[in-house]
Design a binder for this molecule. Structure first.
Ligand SMILES: NC(=O)C1=CN([C@@H]2O[C@H](COP(=O)(O)OP(=O)(O)OC[C@H]3O[C@@H](n4cnc5c(N)ncnc54)[C@H](O)[C@@H]3O)[C@@H](O)[C@H]2O)C=CC1
Ligand SMILES: O=C(O)C(=O)[C@H](O)COP(=O)(O)O
Length: 371
């Protein structure tokens, strides 16, 4: 069996070598001829898996994407061809939550907010939006939710219409898939018209898909004197991003919100498990076999620890300002894909064990580990 895997998929060799010959490829530039003998194709979000890409892959039996999003895959074509498919739902949800949390801590410091005074709106309350909601509520924030699809399925879900939430929120964080059709399309949810409905200082955060925000509309508003705080991890037309927008952004990163080591590697592990299931063979490897020990693994908490200390503790794990600086420094010479490919190691809160008599339970609930 020949398994083609994106060369930005951590531990692909280690997980898949026992199942066949593993060949790595460059996700952005892979060509149909390269895949002519593929039995299995494992991609990340930068490879558009279309009928054209698979034109020569007559042996293909399984396609996997080590991502949550599936908007780069022609799912209907795979179904028509009887090619099994798996994404990796939830694999990097925790990393995105930590990215947003770090961004909120930065904005709070820069603008001297108290996060607990802000009304935070979450648009899209799936794996990421739900986990983010729970963390923010544990930190004492007021959170409003918008998810019309959940509202249809769960009568008690506290849904607010998009028009309502955008008028009330001080901060809006988006966690929807990108869609252009269906009853609730998300393409350009934030556009020139919806920007007019927002409070003028309502902060906008996008760590879902670039085209959920009309980037030209953001630029037009900023150039005409708009002052709203902006955080963008994802952009329209990646990797050719709208560079004139950069100076107006508080935080700008290269689609790395989900790129904790655990987040990426869980994606690989999930696909490995799915392929084993497809082949009806037992799972032999797990993530813990491969993930290295984190640089900082334990922290002592004293009885003086309180809510204001969370930001400092959190910065031991992740500080989004590092990734913002990387983008601003390297984007012109090295480019967007280089930033993603050379992303420095980042671990999740769960890799830090907290000890001490005074550890409040909510610290464990927001993601740190017990000793
Ligand atoms: N920046 C990054 O590195 C990453 C980005 N993502 C993006 O984040 C998206 C969300 O991820 P998950 O929460 O895991 O997905 P999910 O599928 O668990 O949740 C998405 C939620 O959005 C809701 N939704 C759909 N259309 C909506 C609309 N018009 N208005 C409000 N809600 C709507 C759905 O009902 C669902 O509850 C992914 O589709 C992916 O595109 C995911 C991981 C990493
Ligand atoms: O999971 C998703 O969906 C994402 O957006 C990924 O975190 C993006 O990472 P790459 O697959 O583009 O490396």
């Amino acid at each position: 069996m020949i398994i083609y895997a994106d060369d930005n998929m951590p531990y692909a060799e280690q997980f898949f070598a026992g199942l066949g010959e593993v060949r790595m490829f460059a996700g952005r530039s892979v060509q149909p001829e390269q895949l002519h003998d593929a039995d299995v194709l494992l991609v990340r979000s930068i490879t558009a898996v279309t009928q054209d890409l698979l034109a020569r892959a007559t042996r293909l039996r399984f396609v996997g994407t080590a991502t949550i999003g599936t908007d780069h895959i022609d799912l209907a074509y795979l179904a028509r061809q009887n090619i099994a498919f798996s994404s990796a739902p939830g694999c990097n949800a925790r990393a995105v939550v930590e990215y947003i949390l770090s961004s909120l801590f930065c904005l709070a410091e820069r603008y001297q907010w108290s996060l607990t005074d802000k009304v935070i709106g979450i648009v899209g309350v799936g794996a990421i939006g739900q986990a983010l909601t729970e963390v923010l509520q544990l930190l004492g924030c007021q959170v409003l939710l918008c998810d019309p699809i959940r509202a249809e399925q769960e009568p008690d879900f506290p849904h607010l219409a998009f028009e309502t939430i955008i008028a009330q929120a001080d901060v809006l964080s988006f966690h929807v898939p990108h869609s252009t059709s269906g009853p609730y399309p998300t393409h350009h949810l934030v556009n020139a018209a919806s920007l007019q409905q927002l409070k003028p200082d309502c902060a906008l955060l996008n760590a879902c898909r670039g085209a959920v925000f009309d980037n030209q509309a953001l630029l037009a508003e900023a150039q005409s004197g708009g002052q709203r705080p902006l955080v963008l991890d994802v952009w329209e037309q990646e990797p050719a991003i709208l560079l004139p927008l950069l100076p107006y952004l508080d935080i700008a990163t290269a689609h790395i919100a989900g790129h904790s080591l655990e987040g990426k590697a869980r994606g690989t592990e999930y696909l490995y498990q799915q392929l084993c299931r497809q082949l009806a063979i037992p799972v032999q490897h797990k993530l813990d076999d491969f993930c290295p020990r984190p640089a900082i693994s334990a922290v002592q908490i004293t009885e003086n620890f309180g809510l204001p200390d969370v930001q400092n503790l959190f910065r031991l794990v992740y500080d989004v300002r590092r990734d913002d600086a990387l983008l601003r420094h390297h984007i012109h010479k090295q480019g967007f894909d280089w930033l993603r490919k050379n992303y420095p190691a980042r671990r999740e809160c769960s890799t830090i064990q907290l000890s001490g008599a005074g550890v409040p339970d909510w610290l464990y609930q927001i993601g740190f580990s017990r000793t």
